[in-house]
Design a protein. Structure first.
Length: 299
């Protein structure tokens, strides 16, 4: 698709990959006059400030969220960080003299995650709310990661698939959007996420090395991606009612499409042979199967 100057400038400004243009163009087609302006309004706020009360939050662009929705979203982040902390602690307890650097790495990541957990808890305390229980679809994502049996799978799941779906899309957007609503909270919140010791950077580089050196076969890499991304898709779709209530369903669907595509593009950039469009369709089909399975288990 042809990329107009406004979109190109936007992607460059926020250091986003060019391939996102295709998904933005599709989003714009839904409302050619207003869609781009509305989408940009979430992060281009200029001097506008949001509003926080005990019952609702208003973003600088006028979008209103019930406080219960904000707390629920924070609860999902809290649960995710808590699970990663526990998973990292579990992996650091594995007896493996062949990979001592991996053991040490996850000892450090467990400590780092504890700081992340405290930061989210402090943010929720500031709003006088407590974390809520996540749905089974979210638990399913982390249960899958817990059961991965090789170091290679664990690194790819954590530092590529999870990072480029949940964190790079939903985590970053949440931070940028709410920074202008609660700057004093979000400023201290963001500082905790700085990788001051380089542990996360090391994990990312090791993941890149694992993929490029083909320590996981192409077939196994694709299966891991499909299995995990389909679960991530189910977990996000399960919360789409929140976007409907806030009248941002189109924007949420755009974020979901980018969240699924992002890890696939990264894998392709690192040498994994895959067809992005084909994988998106497979993940869509698998996510429907997983959703039906979860619903049956819930009765």
């Amino acid at each position: 698709m042809v990329m107009n100057k406004n979109i190109e400038d936007l992607l460059n400004k926020y250091n986003m990959p060019i391939w996102i243009n295709d998904y933005i163009q599709e989003y714009i087609k839904s409302d050619p006059i207003n869609a781009l302006k509305r989408g940009v309004s979430f992060i281009e706020v200029k001097r506008k400030r949001g509003v926080v009360t005990s019952s609702y939050v208003v973003l600088p662009n006028g979008i209103k969220f019930n406080m219960s929705t904000v707390i629920y979203i924070l609860s999902l982040f809290y649960y995710g960080e808590k699970e990663i902390e526990q998973i990292s602690e579990s992996w650091s307890s594995i007896v493996d003299p062949v990979h001592p650097s991996y053991i040490k790495h996850f000892v450090n990541i467990s400590k780092l995650e504890k700081k992340h957990i405290r930061a989210i808890k402090n943010l929720m305390d500031g709003l006088t709310r407590r974390p809520e229980e996540p749905p089974e679809s979210v638990k399913e994502v982390f249960n899958y990661i817990k059961n991965l049996s090789t170091w290679q799978q664990r690194f790819v799941a954590l530092y590529l698939i999870l990072r480029y779906s949940y964190s790079a899309v939903f985590g970053q957007i949440f931070y940028k959007v709410f920074y202008f609503v609660m700057p004093e909270f979000m400023r201290s919140f963001g500082k905790v996420y700085i990788d001051s010791n380089g542990d996360i950077k090391w994990g990312i580089e090791e993941t890149k090395r694992i993929i490029k050196s083909k320590e996981i076969s192409n077939e196994d890499m694709i299966k891991l991606s499909e299995d995990l991304l389909s679960r991530i898709s189910v977990s996000v779709k399960g919360e789409m009612h929140l976007a409907v209530d806030a009248d941002i369903e189109k924007e949420a669907n755009l974020m979901l499409k980018i969240a699924i595509a992002y890890p696939l593009h990264q894998l392709k950039d690192y040498g994994v042979k895959l067809d992005i469009n084909e994988e998106e369709e497979i993940i869509k089909k698998k996510s429907e199967e997983i959703k039906s399975s979860i619903e049956k288990e819930e009765g």
